[in-house]
Design a protein around this ligand. Sequence first.
Ligand SMILES: NC(=O)C1=CN([C@@H]2O[C@H](COP(=O)(O)OP(=O)(O)OC[C@H]3O[C@@H](n4cnc5c(N)ncnc54)[C@H](O)[C@@H]3O)[C@@H](O)[C@H]2O)C=CC1
Ligand SMILES: O=C(O)[C@@H]1CCC=N1
Length: 264
Amino acid sequence: MKIAILGTGNLGYSIAIGILSQDNFKFKNLYLTKRNTESLEGWSKLPNVKISTENKRAVRFSDVIIIAVQPAQIQGVLDEIKEVINPKRHTVISVVTGRKIADIEAVLGTEVAIVRSMPNTAISVGQSMTCLSVNSRGKKNIEFAKTIFNSLGQTMCIEENLMQAATVICASGIAFWMRLIRATTQGAVQLGFDAEEAQELSMQTALGAASLLIKSGNHPEQEIDKVTTPSGCTIEGLNEMEHQGLSSSLIRGLVTSFEKINQI
Ligand SMILES: NC(=O)C1=CN([C@@H]2O[C@H](COP(=O)(O)OP(=O)(O)OC[C@H]3O[C@@H](n4cnc5c(N)ncnc54)[C@H](O)[C@@H]3O)[C@@H](O)[C@H]2O)C=CC1
Ligand SMILES: O=C(O)[C@@H]1CCC=N1
């Protein structure tokens, strides 16, 4: 498999690191494009990585094309590559926020296999939650996309009309969880830990909480019940957080992000 990433910015870069770090599937070449390739120069020393500003060349050279440019830039990229897209050969995977499969089909045609995907930046460490939707032609090629993204975390195939919601929960979600971990760290510093120790305590506790749910399949409240000693300190803190609107503010933030994404 030869893979091209058109637009190697924050997310494209994370995907590239993830692909290079995994050994679950073999790829022959990784072709990375960017308008200014200076920040990628170090990568050109790797034997199976090519760096370029030329999208058409990258497409000609590859089987799977991952488009990772900003929403306002995708139309230009599609117009540029459409003449070199071969429906018999290429699978096009877009990670672009808010751009529908139909928008891509309108330029490339319905006979091209198109996968709309929404990973997050944890893809660089093989821990992305990636949601996928496909057009009718793409149903045959979905396994390609699953092979790539399953090697870089977990995947879920969803109806395209849920893609915006998935973006908020999983892609923006990385920022939301970072802020929760950061706030816990600040609390730990206030309670006497130095900053480095405080962050280690926060990170490992967050990882432990998620791992408990993943391994046990339990509902969060079942795990909370195990921690909240009657008249103890946990329930006292938890109730104060809820009085201050913890769940409510999170849900409101998610809904506000969703309202914004529908305008992008
Ligand atoms: N950053 C994130 O966590 C996530 C981003 N996304 C979506 O992924 C897309 C990319 O986001 P970021 O990586 O954050 O943006 P970015 O701005 O960091 O990266 C875009 C890259 O595309 C390059 N580019 C622009 N026009 C180009 C062209 N014509 N040919 C080749 N390269 C070109 C730019 O030089 C830049 O490096 C966006 O649509 C975003 O909504 C989706 C999920 C998560
Ligand atoms: O903030 C944004 O608009 C993009 C989509 C999800 C992550 N970054």
